[in-house]
Design a protein around this ligand. Structure first.
Ligand code: GLC
Length: 738
């Protein structure tokens, strides 16, 4: 062939019109695959390093299975060297279909960021998106294609350990954060070398486990499912989430893994989801103990039929699907649909063009632990801290103090700062403890230290030393709370009080008369009533990740004015749970905290939470004024512009999260006493005023009726502008007319 014709041939082939689409490439590959090779793509094994669930003793060697084309994905394998080795095994298979590497990159990969619930407390969507962006950039450089995040489960029960992993109790805030996290993880799109596939989990309603007991049943009306638990999933899908993961729980008697209402009717039907669904760890097989199926074959049949495309670790698909096809119980078309969904993502990631494109040692070395990423972690940590109390403006601390006593079991801890679902990839020594952070910023103050007590141990042997140290200091800062492994998966607790004898130690230190600041570190809301009522300054610092110590010092010394607002209600007592702000009014609402006369109230406790959804203080104060509505009545297709002024009337620059709540006063079915419908976080210098503007449209007035139709009903809407759900500064009302 002459050179001209050869070049013309190459040109023609390379032009888009002749380059095959991904769909065409998938179809071509599918035609070449045997049934076993198709089933192999639906099978996900755990790697050999660590397990995030109960391990099945294998009858087969995983590398051999990969070479035989029996594995489509591996989880818990990270690092270029390790992923490359497993991918090489896949390249030994007949069709050389690359593996997907999945990992729980929940809040950071090498640099650990604050736990998701802490990030949610920032209400800073740009910072949250940036956190996910950094995690994806690092993970992708480490050979990871897919993170099992964001976890978008709404949670109203702090006994449930996985409350730490989500965005709290509110569907609107949860949806905004789900969107930000998916965009952060997937960045400029799959195939970018700094993007990973997101995975919206756990579909669905996992956070409503009865009694807050992990893996327990969920029983709720479909209206509650649609109103409260599904919105963050829909937001994740609309943001382009590549995958979903089903949850462990049964929903109204049907396990989510085999729930065709969730997976086929809603996700792949009404929502037209084109990605793929992975089971949770072993959840296909767990339909046997659920009592939903009789054995592995039926489990495989039910799960695949319901719409679960990939089987994580249960081995039901790899051992049963071939037989089920031969018995005519599972049509090949169902398998083909699942395989095509998975292959499509592998093509999108560019893995067929270069299976090792994410496994580049030089890029891994150059990308992890970058200074700019560390700065992002500190920024996120600063913004996640919530100031719960600051009597007498004890905070911020002066840098002229002579001595500061650091007391408590978490002053020197590094591992705990990382929280649950952190990776062991970055060096633990990169974590900044509270002590180290204080050393950087305490100026000339002498730092004194005593542990005082352990986290759960009941020994009081350390109290005397702690009292002695406290007596010597100008001010005492106490670092109290949980261990990182006390809140997370399979970490539900019936007692969520501050553990051990920690509150006794706080009382003893308070009795010295020294000014006391208490930092509370945990993955969940805890109960700490004595501290809440007697300690002048309290900061909830959750688990802040690598930059914990620096962020706590930033806030303690006023380098950063705390701006966090609680994404979840804090109960006064466990007996109040579930407690959440967007509740119905009932026919006998209590008139006030003391009203117990034939009203919906406890006779032994206030109805109100210890701290409300949206609550958080600042070192400065903000004044709200000039609320104006562009109109006082609208039709469905019209909008109202809401404006108001916010002024910083204090002496510190600070950020205020202005929250807009609505109440549909009369409706069938009933509507909550208030619902978050918008918010704006604004930074103001002392004396500065800014105008805030919100738009109310039909989407903020709609709700589901008993037929699950999204409707609006004419009538009065009350509008609340607040600094918290229980701190309403301005209010008005408007009419929705036919
Ligand atoms: C765990 C979790 C899930 C996680 C998966 C893989 O059991 O439920 O969130 O992504 O297994 O580690």
């Amino acid at each position: 062939m002459s050179k001209f014709f050869f070049l013309s041939y190459l040109f023609v082939l390379s032009t888009p019109v002749f380059a095959q689409s991904i769909d065409q490439r998938v179809d071509d590959l599918l035609k070449k695959m045997t049934l076993d090779e198709k089933i192999g793509q639906l099978n996900q094994y755990n790697g050999d390093w660590e397990a995030t669930g109960p391990v099945t003793k294998d009858v087969e060697d995983k590398m051999t299975a990969i070479r035989q084309g029996k594995v489509g994905s591996i989880l818990n394998i990270t690092g270029v060297a390790h992923t490359r080795a497993f991918q090489q095994a896949a390249m030994d298979s007949r069709l050389k279909i690359p593996l997907l590497f999945g990992q729980d990159v929940i809040h950071g990969y090498s640099i650990t960021f604050p736990i998701p619930l802490a990030e949610a407390a920032s209400w800073d969507l740009a910072a949250i998106q940036q956190s996910a962006r950094v995690a994806a950039t690092e993970a992708a450089a480490g050979g990871v294609h897919w993170t099992f995040a964001p976890m978008v489960d709404i949670a109203r029960d702090p006994r449930w350990g996985r409350i730490m992993e989500g965005a709290g109790e509110d569907p609107y805030l949860g949806a905004c954060i789900a969107r930000a996290r998916v965009k952060g993880f997937q960045g400029n799109g799959l195939g970018s070398l700094d993007a990973v596939m997101a995975c919206a989990k756990h579909f669905a309603a996992y956070g409503a486990a009865i009694g807050g007991r992990d893996y327990n049943s969920v029983d709720m009306s479909l209206r509650t499912l649609w109103e409260i638990y599904l919105p963050p999933f829909k937001a994740a899908l609309d943001a382009g989430a590549a995958t979903f993961m089903n949850s462990f729980n049964d929903l109204n008697g049907t396990p989510a893994t085999g729930n065709s209402y969730l997976l086929r009717d809603i996700l792949k039907g009404q929502w037209h989801f084109s990605g793929f669904v992975v089971s949770d760890w072993g959840s296909v097989g767990e339909m046997i103990p659920h009592g939903y199926v009789s054995g592995k074959e039926q489990a495989a049949q039910v799960a695949l039929t319901a719409g679960c495309d990939m089987d994580m670790e249960s081995r039901c698909y790899t051992t049963s699907l071939s037989t089920l096809v031969q018995q005519g119980k599972v049509p090949v078309s169902l398998i083909d649909d699942a395989v095509k969904r998975i292959l499509h993502k592998k093509f999108e990631l560019g893995l067929f063009d270069d299976p090792y494109r994410f496994s580049n040692a030089d890029r891994e070395k150059a990308t992890l632990n970058k200074a700019e990423h560390v700065r992002a972690a500190r920024d996120m940590a600063d913004k996640s801290i919530v100031l719960l109390k600051n009597e007498g403006h004890l905070l911020p601390l002066s840098t002229q103090l002579r001595s500061i006593a650091l007391i408590g079991p978490l002053v020197h801890s590094k591992k705990e700062m990382k929280g649950f679902w952190s990776q062991d990839i970055g060096a633990l020594n990169d974590v900044v403890t509270l002590y180290e952070g204080m050393q950087q910023q305490a100026g000339g103050a002498q730092l004194l230290y005593a542990k005082g007590c352990d986290i759960t141990d009941t020994s009081r042997a350390g109290f005397a030393e702690a009292l002695r140290v406290a007596q010597q200091a100008d001010v005492v800062v106490m670092a109290m709370g949980e261990r990182a492994d006390m809140t997370g998966e399979a970490k539900s607790k019936a007692d969520i009080h501050l553990p051990g004898v920690q509150e006794e130690l706080i009382k003893a230190i308070q009795a010295t008369g020294k000014p006391v600041v208490v930092l509370l570190m945990a993955g969940r809301p805890m109960v700490f009533n004595w501290t809440a009522e007697h300690i002048p300054a309290i900061l909830y610092t959750w688990w802040l990740g690598n930059q914990a110590g620096n962020a706590m010092a930033d806030v303690l010394f006023g380098k950063y004015n705390p701006s966090g607002r609680l994404p979840v209600s804090f109960p006064r007592e466990i007996g109040q749970i579930p407690i959440y702000y967007n509740h119905l009014n009932t026919g006998r609402p209590a008139k006030d905290e003391k009203d117990v006369f034939y009203v919906s109230a406890y006779t032994d406790l206030y109805n109100s939470p210890r701290y409300a959804f949206g609550y958080g203080l600042s070192y400065t104060e903000f004044k709200y004024s000039n609320l104006a509505l562009s109109r006082k009545s609208i039709h469905n297709n019209e909008t109202i512009t809401v404006t108001l002024d916010v002024k910083n009337t204090g002496k510190y620059t600070g950020e205020e999260t202005v929250q807009l709540y609505l109440r549909d006063v009369v409706a069938q079915p009933l509507r909550p006493v208030k619902e978050l419908k918008d918010f704006a976080k604004v930074k103001l210098a002392p004396g500065e005023t800014k105008k805030i503007s919100f738009t109310i449209d039909k989407s903020k007035l709609s709700f589901y009726n008993d037929k699950l139709e999204l409707i609006t009903q004419p009538g009065e809407f009350q509008l609340f502008i607040g600094s918290a759900s229980d701190d309403i500064r301005l209010q008005d009302s408007f009419q929705l007319v036919e």
